[in-house]
Design a protein around this ligand. Structure first.
Ligand SMILES: [Zn+2]
Length: 148
């Protein structure tokens, strides 16, 4: 999903987290995870472009599904599950906001991108050698109006 859409979702979500936790740090953690886990696309793009970075090239490549390999290390339900387990043990408010932002980000990507059901499991990507983990340009049901 595009950065703009993650921003539009993360702003009200982090506001709701603030109302829930009364913690600015929890709210900020939610916002950051809702938006900035997409920074892992930079690693994939750098590998694709032989470490030649340009902003335009980055967005054209990532939004156009031109990458050949999708490592997307932070886009992994395995990490999310571990993080929720850590929250259950610690009951830390910042970690709660972090996890809410992380969960919503992954779920939105799951349903708005051209992903396969298991795409956002790192294990699935690893078993597929990080290739062919997206469905190509087919639209996901319910998201036909989103420009991804
Ligand atoms: Zn994402």
């Amino acid at each position: 999903m595009k950065l703009k859409n993650h921003l539009l979702i993360s702003l009200p979500l982090s506001g709701a987290v603030y109302l829930l936790t009364r913690s600015v740090y929890s709210s900020l953690a939610c916002f950051c995870m809702g938006v900035f886990i997409d920074l892992d696309h930079i690693f994939d793009y750098l590998l694709y472009s032989n470490f030649k970075f340009s902003i335009r090239g980055f967005f054209d490549t990532c939004n156009g599904y031109k990458l050949k390999k999708f490592y997307l290390v932070l886009h992994s339900y395995e990490i999310l599950i571990l993080s929720w387990a850590l929250y259950l043990v610690s009951r830390n408010k910042i970690l709660l906001g972090f996890n809410i932002g992380y969960t919503v980000h992954l779920l939105v990507d799951q349903f708005a991108n051209y992903s396969k059901p298991l795409t956002y499991f790192f294990t699935f990507r690893l078993l597929n050698k990080f290739e062919n983990v997206f469905e190509g340009r087919k639209l996901s049901p319910g998201f036909k109006n989103l420009k991804v």
